[in-house]
Design a protein around this ligand. Structure first.
Ligand code: ATP
Length: 295
């Protein structure tokens, strides 16, 4: 199941229920967590987590993959006749702004529906995904898509081409609620509903990375940079080393750099690694498909 980056993240003022209306363009990229689902005793829902940042991931009922399995079982009336033991192998950094947890939730829905042989369609799984969290429906869909509402109302975007990205991982995670709190402090309330810039959508239709790069936008970026000022240096370094565009992904701290092609991405990742300002650097491509069964 893939990680996501936001090519645009426009954030409106908080509604009465505290949620911020979003207008976003998601792209699923080739950085994958793996999840295995095996039968367990009826009523038993368990998870083990290994890999990147595993010690930061809860293994109780707050784990999004467990919540997904339990929601699926209770919705389809079989909470006491099915059980599952999930193993997650993480490559997506935890609290990295790449929606790793949401991706695990989407994958658990797909994997458990197959394991328990449930008669449940994609639309029904998408509805459960939206109940689990605002990034979960996109993790299921994949590709490039426009998200509105809380990011859970999706329309596939007209996007051509494959994009070469370099991801720079931070030393510490950033809490999404903390970034939104800082956003609220930095921005005065009011303003109209958020909209994805037309220039980005036109650039995506062209399939030209050189057109897409300058149009990347993230309203949460000033808040993320304020909470982790070192990210400013990371963004500047990537641009200096030839990135066509640079952006903090979602609520950060992962920074995403768009390269002209694979060769440019290799050069950029080597230069950023040598610089030593980020914890790790990974090359990925997008778009890729959403959560799916591989065997
Ligand atoms: P987003 O961009 O969707 O806000 P993120 O990428 O910044 O999220 P995640 O890696 O999804 O952050 O994790 C956010 C928090 O969710 C973690 O700090 C962790 O406590 C919790 N969590 C619950 N289940 C999982 C999971 N399966 N994998 C990772 N984190 C999980």
């Amino acid at each position: 199941m893939p990680a996501k980056i936001n090519l645009a993240l426009k954030v409106g003022p908080p509604r009465d229920d505290g949620y911020h209306p979003l207008a976003t363009v998601f792209q699923a990229v080739s950085l994958f967590d793996e999840i295995e689902a095996e039968w367990a005793e009826p009523g038993e829902f368990a998870v083990t987590v290994t890999g990147e940042g595993a010690d930061l991931v809860p293994v109780d009922d707050s784990n999004l993959a467990i919540r997904a399995a339990q929601l699926l079982a209770s919705t389809y009336g079989r909470p006491n006749s099915v059980g599952v033991s999930l193993s997650i192998k993480k490559s997506i950094p935890v609290a990295g702004g790449l929606a790793g947890g949401s991706s695990n939730g989407a994958a658990a829905l797909v994997a458990c529906a197959a394991l328990w042989d449930l008669d449940v369609g994609t639309d029904e799984l998408q509805a459960l995904a939206a109940e689990l969290g605002s990034d979960v429906p996109f993790a299921m869909l994949g590709g490039t898509a426009l998200g509105s509402g809380r990011g859970d109302v999706l329309v596939p975007a007209l996007a051509r081409g494959t994009y070469s990205w370099v991801l720079a991982f931070g030393h510490r995670g950033l809490s999404t609620p903390a970034v939104y709190r800082r956003f609220d402090q930095l921005n005065s309330p009011g303003g109209g509903p958020p909209e994805v810039p037309a220039a980005l959508m036109n650039a995506l239709r062209s399939g030209e990375p050189a057109q897409v790069g300058p149009e990347l936008v993230n309203d949460l970026q000033p808040a993320a940079l304020d909470l982790q000022p070192k990210l400013r240096q990371v963004i500047e370094a990537g641009l200096e080393y030839g990135a066509l565009g640079a952006i903090v992904s979602g609520s950060g701290p992962t920074c995403a750099f768009l390269a002209a092609n694979e060769t440019a991405a290799v050069d950029l990742s080597v230069a950023l690694s040598a610089d030593g300002i980020c914890r790790a650097v990974r090359r990925v491509t997008g778009p890729v498909t959403g959560a799916r069964i591989v065997g």
